[in-house]
Write a protein that binds this ligand. Sequence first.
Ligand code: KG4
Ligand code: ZN
Length: 339
Amino acid sequence: MTQNCHILGIESSCDDTAAAVINNGVVLSNVVATQQIHQEYGGVVPELASRAHQQNIVPVVHQALHKANIDKKDLKAIAFTRGPGLMGSLLVGTSFAKSLALGLDIPLIDVNHMHAHILAHFIKAEGQRQPNFPFLALTISGGHTQIVKVNGYFDMEVIGETLDDAVGEAFDKSAKIMGLPYPGGPLVDKYAQKGNPKAYPFTKPKVGPLDFSFSGLKTAMLYFIERETQKDPDFVKKNLHDICASLQFTIVDYLMDKLKNAVAQTGIKEIAIGGGVSANSGIREALKNAEKELGWNTYIPRFEYCTDNAAMIAMVGELKYKEQLFTENDVVATARMKI
Ligand code: KG4
Ligand code: ZN
């Protein structure tokens, strides 16, 4: 029988306060308190996020332990997100993790949030296949857009990334221009299902073969909507499905172009996707087609491990624990942190 190795993961890099317990790759609990407060502002407000983390962290950790049916004395180590993220948010999780590890006299493990999105693929879940090294990881969310060549658990290299906005922001900001509530990504996806993807041609931004740029798309959307609503104030209402389908088609095509470039450059056809935008039906369909037509193997973790969560932090914690990769108690949160 494998020995118990309960690791607590804590995530507080942006607007989700999360805690999870993992044991030998199996998630025993995965608690996320999503902060609703930002909805009325149309985006995350850093000061409000850190305050909400302060309120949420104790009950969220309690709940994670309770759901995992373990006592804190059963924990082998505490893993926490050190960065990248919003400083005020990271400080809450970091300080809490440091105090708890000190109190329990167990090792403290610092985790890079971007490693965690990628290593979430190694969480054991029913029906979940795991990518083989080396693989290409595309992390797409409201905060990140990166292509990473993953040679091993801790041997990763960023080969492409966004030069401005993240892809989730392109969805959310465009949605806001159309008058949709935050976060607009899932709504664009929903309306796109019934629209014509070729109705409005949006130009794909031109940058290096593996890099991304989304700010131009947002500006193009703004001018397009302004121009059309001057002619017909009900333009968005009348054409919502077609606008969403065209926007989504452009973004998905752009992401696929970059992945194809990365495959051509590296010769790697193992493709692992993570981040909230991987819920998008357009990207899922495009990946399925690439499996059939281009011979890729594609991997998407369960949705709860794609969006910001602490199970992925606990997963990295476990991998680091097995290598005895601990950190000192004077560790500090880092807003900018390289892979
Ligand atoms: O990973 P995540 O929960 O949080 C971070 O941003 O780190 O990702 C949230 C992002 C938001 O921008 C949201 O609009 C986008 O993921 N998103 C989607 C879909 N579901 C979530 N974008 C497009 N289509 C979706 N179905
Ligand atoms: Zn994230």
